[in-house]
Write a protein that binds this ligand. Structure first.
Ligand code: PXP
Length: 239
């Protein structure tokens, strides 16, 4: 079976729009588990635009499956990962001005730094994966940097509107190479209800991390009920 990691960052995005305490991504994570999530993923960004340290601490206490912390490879984030001790961590590149993670980590360019961070987290029994583009050189470098696994960037595959077969082939070949090198293979970014099947059929893929499309769907399937509850209150107010 392939595992589903549910990313609840965008529940926090809605909360941060008002800087109050709802909707709570921790509560959403517990509901995601009830729906069958095999793990909860959050990205603690350096600018704290959605997930806060409080969320990671509470997720660690309350999530029964596993917590996967996505983070930049910086001394501050490595210290926080040591403090919160998630089950898994995924190193991602991070630029403040980006809307979301835009490309894979350049493990070749940052191999020494990545290797040092991987070692520190693995001393705390945290399994580390590296979010990389599906390219041979990045996968080989990930192995050399000592990672437990790679998360293959599915964004370019998802962004295509027409024939996706070339991108799918790249991801399939990358998954196969990563597995041969002994790396665990994950995938994520941009996956939705319409494009996930070919990726989920890649036999080496053991985990997919999906966020935006699930949160977007949750809003839609919950809207009718939410409005009904408010309407009932208004009706009750007037007897
Ligand atoms: N995996 C990684 C490494 C990511 O950075 C993200 C986005 O935070 C995801 C998966 C989830 O992507 P999406 O929200 O598009 O499903």
């Amino acid at each position: 079976m392939i595992r589903l990691g549910v990313n609840v960052d965008h529940v926090a995005t809605v909360r941060q729009a008002r800087k109050i305490d709802i909707p709570d991504p921790v509560e959403a994570a517990l509901l995601a588990e009830r729906g069958g999530a095999d793990g909860i993923t959050v990205h603690l960004r350096e600018d704290r635009r959605h997930i806060q340290e409080r969320d990671v601490r509470l997720l660690r206490e309350r999530v029964k499956t596993k917590v996967n912390l996505e983070m930049a490879v910086t001394p501050e984030m490595v210290r926080l990962a040591e403090k919160f001790s998630p089950d898994d961590a995924c190193f991602v590149p991070e630029r403040r001005e980006e809307l979301t993670t835009e490309g894979g980590l350049d493990v070749i360019a940052h191999k020494a730094k990545v290797n040092e961070a991987v070692k520190r987290l693995e001393e705390h029994a945290i399994r580390v994966s590296l979010f990389v583009d599906p390219e041979t050189s990045q996968i080989e470098a990930s192995r050399e940097a000592g990672a437990h696994g790679v998360e293959l960037h599915t964004g370019p595959y998802c962004d295509l509107s027409g024939d996706r077969s070339k991108e799918l082939e790249k991801i399939t070949a990358a998954a196969s190479l990563a597995r041969r090198l002994g790396l665990e293979v994950h995938g994520g970014h941009g996956l939705n209800y319409a494009n996930v099947l070919p990726i989920a059929r890649i036999s080496e893929m053991v985990e997919l991390n999906i966020g935006h499309s699930i949160v977007a769907r949750a809003i839609m399937v919950g809207m009718e009920q939410a409005v009904r509850e408010m309407k009932e209150l208004l009706i009750k107010a007037r007897g």
